[in-house]
Design a binder for this molecule. Structure first.
Ligand code: ZN
Length: 191
């Protein structure tokens, strides 16, 4: 398992809800935390490790020793959004790139934990921004789709650079074709 970069097709996959919380999923989540900490991130969605599962993880401290900040969101649903706020975002699938995104200032989100318990959080600031960014991933939506006009103008060449890098990797055989990746995602999803 690895964190994939734009324009890996898994990043555009709209994931279906998880039907069963089992040992496989727990193992995936554990590995996602390891990858997220290694990349110094605060959030990671399953799409970013090329898995079509409706789950993302968060640790706003970005510190693997602060376990109490670890949250797993399974089948999350943003129930309410309030206000708007603009702020800078990055994404582990676009390493080194940062741009401004308008988001709701406050959100209420519902999800299931790894124990299968339903929980609800009302969040603001960084936490609200992070869960909106990560929830988007599960629908195949990326922060580049929501950049402010000036950030988009500034970052367009960088985004194009990520895309051509990924195409180069495909040409070198490091990744299969888009079609083969999508077939694999569909296969994993139907299990
Ligand atoms: Zn992201």
């Amino acid at each position: 398992m690895e964190i994939v970069q734009y324009s890996h097709p898994a990043l555009r996959w709209k994931s279906q809800p998880i039907r069963e919380i089992n040992a496989d999923l727990r193992r995936v989540v554990e590995e996602m935390f390891e990858l997220m900490y290694a990349a110094k991130g605060i959030g990671l969605a399953a799409n970013q490790v090329a898995l079509p599962y409706r789950v993302f993880i968060l640790n706003l401290s970005a510190d693997k020793d602060v376990k109490e900040e670890e949250i797993v969101f399974i089948n999350p649903e943003i129930l309410r959004r309030k206000g708007t706020t603009e702020g800078e975002e990055g994404c582990l699938s676009f390493p080194g790139m940062y741009g401004n995104v308008k988001r709701a200032a406050k959100v209420t989100i519902e999800a299931f934990s790894l124990k299968g318990e339903c929980f609800e959080y009302s969040l603001d600031d960084l936490a609200a921004r992070a869960v909106q960014h990560e929830s988007d991933h599960l629908d195949g939506v990326l922060f580049i789709d929501r950049l402010t006009e000036s950030s988009l103008r500034e970052l367009s060449p960088v985004i194009a650079g990520f895309e051509s890098q990924f195409r180069r990797w495909q040409a070198e055989g490091r990744y299969p074709s888009d079609e083969a990746i999508r077939q694999e995602l569909a296969r994993l999803e139907s299990r």
